[in-house]
Design a binder for this molecule. Structure first.
Ligand code: HEM
Length: 536
């Protein structure tokens, strides 16, 4: 009887799926059946047991039971927005074609649609956005030659330089596998035994480790890439996003705590509201360029992502501007299911031999085949906006095949005489680097783990250095003495004053704990006060 009523006229006497006289729309199941009762399951009698054939209810609940997919193993918390990238056509006063043939950069004013996802790294999907953590800055360019993903962070360097270490680094920063609580001791246990991480720790524990929001931060590709021109010649490049009108702003630990007490979604909210009211954030994309060789004259290896390429030596050259001007319509479809990867390059852009980049390039698409599914590239957010013609068909959740207008739809292989689908002509000479070396497992030669950490420490403003020392002392105070000693030694190698201030801060904290006796653990707030006294 109920079904009969549904199929003839809807609740307001409208056609089943149509618009009612008062502008209402009819709610339907995912099978398109109009829903006449969304409040009560079907039961035998008013108080009786439910029946098995409650199709609408079982569909509703079983879909709900599956509404989450595995969250990203890192960068789980994020916010996204759509926008546009506008090319300048030049780099450092020269036509950009001298360095890269990538089409999106060539003409001044050429626009490419983009989607950006910002994120924090360590904690889960709804964790506070005030935490000390690098911030992700991942950009998908939907170019005429297919997609280019520039998967970056706000900070310009990283903790490690070899992809082999990434799972260990992340395990040390994720919650303890037993208590499920993040532990400063576990973080510094890894860092003190990883001297190349001293530089990143210096940024991370300073205010640069808590950007004020996603709009007011920089972005960087971190790893070294290559550009290739029409003659097949390459240069090394690093990418940087510099915020334009909105500027850069970071928070002290105390400022972050004040925000967190009231709002743990402040960065997502800030981005969404700015775009909603038309205050579109903008970034300029800059590159640093080096010739494609080993650069023995430098005291660091240009393929080492724990190092900055000094700005004075290798200037930031603007190549275009990005504006974010549209919020997502559905968070899950667009932000959660978006999938970025360092392997996703277009013609004219290439990889370098940076060992982190090589490892990352395997990892991203691998995790996405699991996290989103093997057909993640069919989803609108991930699909390129140019025509896709592929012979890779099937697989879970496959729902479409793109055909060229007059192609033979029976042919899902290549080469073929029966089909018109052929390989593309080359856009320029191939870049073919030559290798001659033994196959080894080795660290790079120019490790130079501490010099730039010291420079970064000295380059900070006073308030940034003070906050850095406070934050380090507060966290290291919770660590085993052996970890403290190793960290002090590493900071001292970076800069004597740096090591001395951390050591003094720790001595004071230990003394105040002794004064209180074994049960009088200092509160974090007391620790901050102690360290501030030390630093002035
Ligand atoms: C996300 C691996 C280093 C930036 C991810 C994800 C994995 C991963 C598995 C989750 C991706 C997904 O579920 O879609 C690695 C490995 C690294 C590494 C193995 C080192 C060997 C880095 C570095 C950066 C970075 C150096 C900064 C340049 C990001 C960003 C995301 C991400 C921004 C989030 C992308 C998004 O918003 O969806 N990484 N990562 N990662 N990684 Fe890495």
């Amino acid at each position: 009887e109920e079904n009969g009523k549904q199929n003839s006229t809807g609740q307001n006497g409208t056609s089943t799926n149509g618009t009612g006289t008062n502008g209402q729309q009819t709610l339907t199941t995912r099978q398109g059946h109009p829903v006449t009762d969304n409040q009560n399951i079907r039961t035998i009698g008013n108080r009786g047991p439910a029946t098995m054939e409650n199709y609408h209810f079982i569909e509703k609940i079983s879909h709900f039971d599956r509404e989450r997919i595995p969250e990203r193993v890192v960068h789980a918390r994020g916010a996204g927005a759509h926008g546009v990238f506008e090319a300048y056509g030049t780099v450092g006063g020269e036509p950009i074609a001298k360095y890269t043939r990538a089409k999106l950069f060539q003409q001044k004013g050429k626009e490419t649609p983009v989607f950006v996802r910002f994120s924090t790294v360590g904690h889960g999907g709804h964790s506070p956005e005030t935490l000390r953590d690098p911030r992700g800055f991942a950009v998908k360019f939907y170019t005429e030659d297919g997609n280019w993903d520039l998967v970056g962070n706000n900070l310009k360097i990283f903790f490690i330089r070899d992809a082999m270490k990434f799972p260990d680094l992340i395990h040390s920063q994720k919650p303890d596998p037993i208590t499920h609580i993040q532990s400063g001791e576990r973080i510094f246990d890894f860092i003190c035994n990883t001297p190349e991480a001293t530089h990143m720790a210096t940024f991370l524990f300073s205010p640069w480790g808590i950007p004020a929001n996603y709009r007011q931060m920089q972005g960087s590709g971190v790893n070294t890439y290559k550009w290739v021109n029409a003659d097949g010649e390459a240069v090394l490049v690093k990418y940087h996003w510099e915020p334009l009108k909105q500027g850069i702003r970071n928070l002290t630990q105390a400022e972050a705590e004040a925000i967190q007490a009231k709002n743990f979604n402040h960065a997502t909210q800030d981005l969404y509201e700015a775009i909603k009211k038309g205050d579109y954030p903008e970034w300029e994309l800059c590159v640093q360029i080096l010739s494609d060789d080993e650069h023995p004259e430098l005291d660091f290896d240009p393929l080492d992502d724990t190092k900055l390429w000094p700005k004075e030596q290798f200037p930031f050259l603007p190549v275009g501007k990005m504006t974010l001007n549209r919020n997502p319509e559905d968070y899950f479809n667009e932000v959660e299911q978006s999938a970025f990867g360092t392997g996703v390059l277009v013609d004219g852009l290439d990889f370098s031999d940076d060992k982190m980049l090589q490892g990352r390039t395997f990892s991203y698409s691998d995790t996405q085949r699991y996290r989103v599914g093997p057909n993640y590239l069919q989803l609108p957010i991930n699909a390129p906006k140019n025509q896709v013609i592929t012979n890779q068909r099937g697989g879970q959740m496959s729902f479409k095949t793109d055909f060229a207008p007059s192609q033979n739809k029976h042919i899902n292989y290549e080469p073929s005489t029966l089909n018109i689908i052929k390989e593309a002509p080359k856009a320029g000479k191939d870049y073919t680097p030559r290798y001659e070396a033994n196959l080894v497992r080795q660290k790079i030669d120019r490790t130079n783990d501490f010099k730039q950490a010291g420079e970064t420490y000295r380059n900070f403003e006073d308030w940034e250095r003070d906050d850095l020392i406070n934050n380090l002392v507060n966290t290291l105070a919770t660590c085993d003495k052996r970890i403290q000693d190793k960290m002090i030694a590493n900071f001292t190698l970076a800069d004597e004053d740096y090591g001395r201030r951390v050591a003094e801060g720790l001595r004071k904290t230990a003394k105040s704990q002794d004064d209180k006796g074994p049960n009088g653990a200092t509160s974090p707030a007391a620790g901050v006060k102690e360290a501030q006294e030390v630093s002035h």
